[in-house]
Design a protein around this ligand. Structure first.
Ligand code: ARG
Length: 481
């Protein structure tokens, strides 16, 4: 049975499907092989896998567990493997199940016994947990950059449209006028919180499982702190069972990602509404829209619609991951292999969406007149009239009732409150004077809300300045200035 066990120069990983042991008496069926293999998708982790292996090897040598010549051979082999993978020449083998065994097998081809020594004091269980963390850390940093860029674009729109008046809605009924810039900055707040959440999750992503080995730790005198330092990790997982089985970090990340997509989805919904003929508030650049194969007049907001749809898919991945962990006994179980595809798809969907939105939102055309016309339709300054009466001495509830009567009268005449004559207005309350017309104007209503967090254009400009200082210039800022 055991020709493999005989010669130490044999590369066990290279030439059998049951790579790990002579114990197995029958090969896997093709179907089971395909079912259990992950290399088709986890090869994406190759750079992290090599980085983790090199840090491990460096430490093994420093601890005298492998020789300096072994380390050198491992480093040379890994440099070549890197090159082969990057250039597309690496031959990935399904027989070798996953990215880890593929790379280790090739290393052993290239580096002989040194390659076989790499896995000392390590298991694929702590190896894969390390790889996913390293990979995700890099992706988080990219996503933070994309979120910052999107915020910068929205801040730019806010600045250009600090005075543009939009009907603010509650219950999708005209409520009070707001500055379009204020509305854009609401999304900036959401994306800023998203960045905070990602960076907070990053702290827990950035901890080292290596050294936990299969589940119990290892008998070799590994220097785990050294490996953590080499990999730029902020700490070492303190319990080996937890280290190999913990996927909280993936779930936390997915939750943050799902929330980002929810924010994108809400923005999408507004863009779609605003672009419909009934609103006519905005236009999206043509390159983000498509036409209809039958209706020649159509221009459809496909990108925001798709983004709204894709939010479902990212939320779905969160559900998948959280369900994956439920009921798993300690420590590692093969279930965990299922963490990768949802994570990869989450990252891909999110980064494409954020890139597209930064470009699309920058090209948004704002139709200020249509927004203002709509704001004039819904008695959006009724609250301002009530506040005016309160300032003249009425109790708010009485003022509220008086204004309701005024709105009813204006509605019957089909006009805005500001179109009622002073005489007509004074019939509701004699305290009303000429100065009421400033109060009833949309601009007056905005300017009145000159309070921290309010919609007054002066506040919008102050917020724009705050965000600018916070976000910095960013990539491509020169080109746009
Ligand atoms: N491909 C595996 C995964 O993604 C690697 C770890 C395998 N460990 C094991 N004991 N089978 O989880």
């Amino acid at each position: 049975m055991s020709s493999q066990a005989g010669n130490p120069a044999d590369n066990q990983l290279a030439n059998k499907s049951q790579a790990w042991s002579a114990l197995f008496s029958e090969p896997m069926s093709e179907l089971v092989k395909r079912y259990t293999a992950s290399v088709d998708f986890d090869k994406r982790l190759w750079a992290a896998d090599i980085e983790g292996s090199l840090a491990h090897a460096d430490m093994l040598a420093a601890q005298g567990i492998i020789g300096a010549d072994d380390l050198a051979a491992i480093q040379r082999g890994m440099a070549q493997i890197r090159e082969e993978i990057a250039s597309g020449r690496f031959e990935w083998k399904l027989d070798l199940e996953d990215v880890h065994l593929n790379i280790e097998a090739r290393l052993t081809e290239l580096a002989g016994l040194a390659g076989k020594r790499l896995h000392t004091g390590r298991s694929r269980n702590d190896q894969v947990a390390t790889d996913v963390r390293l990979w995700l850390r890099g992706e988080i940093d990219t996503l933070v950059g994309l979120l910052s860029e999107l915020q910068r674009v929205l801040v730019g729109q806010a600045e250009r449209h600090a005075d543009v008046i939009l009907p603010g809605f509650t219950h999708l009924q005209v409520a009070q006028p707001v500055a379009f810039g204020h509305h854009m900055l609401a999304y900036v707040e959401m994306f800023a919180r998203d960045v905070e959440r990602l960076l907070d999750a990053r702290k827990r992503v950035n901890r080292l499982p290596l050294g936990a080995a299969a589940l119990a730790g290892t008998s070799y005198p590994l220097d785990r702190e050294r490996v953590a330092r080499t990999l730029g990790m902020e700490g070492v997982a303190q319990n080996s069972l937890d280290a190999v089985s913990d996927r909280d970090f993936a779930i936390e990340f997915s939750a943050a990602a799902a929330l980002i997509m929810v924010h994108i989805s809400r923005l999408s919904e507004e863009l779609i509404l605003w672009m419909s003929q009934a609103f006519g508030f905005i236009a999206l650049p043509d390159r983000f829209c498509t036409g209809s194969s039958i209706m020649p007049q159509k221009k459809n907001p496909d990108v925001p619609e798709l983004a709204r749809g894709k939010s479902g898919r990212v939320v779905g991945h969160l559900m998948g991951l959280i369900t994956l962990m439920k009921g798993q006994p300690l420590a590692y179980n093969k279930d965990n292999q299922e963490d990768k595809e949802p994570l990869f798809d989450t990252v891909d969907t999110l980064s494409d969406t954020l890139r597209i939105f930064a470009e699309m939102m920058d090209g948004l055309t704002v139709k200020a007149e249509a927004m203002e016309r709509a704001a004039l339709k819904g008695y959006a300054t009724a609250t301002d009239l009530a506040d005016y009466l309160v300032k003249k001495g009425l109790a708010f509830r009485d003022a509220h009732e008086i204004v309701a009567h005024a709105v009813k009268t204006a509605q019957a005449q089909g006009v805005d409150l500001s179109a009622l004559s002073l005489e007509a207005l004074r019939a509701f309350d004699a305290r009303i004077g000429e100065d009421v017309y400033e109060v009833l104007s949309l601009a007056g209503s905005l300017n009145a809300r000159n309070i921290l967090g309010g919609t007054a254009p002066a506040q919008v400009r102050a917020q724009v300045a705050r965000h600018r200082a916070r976000l910095g210039a960013g990539v491509g800022a020169d080109a746009k200035a």
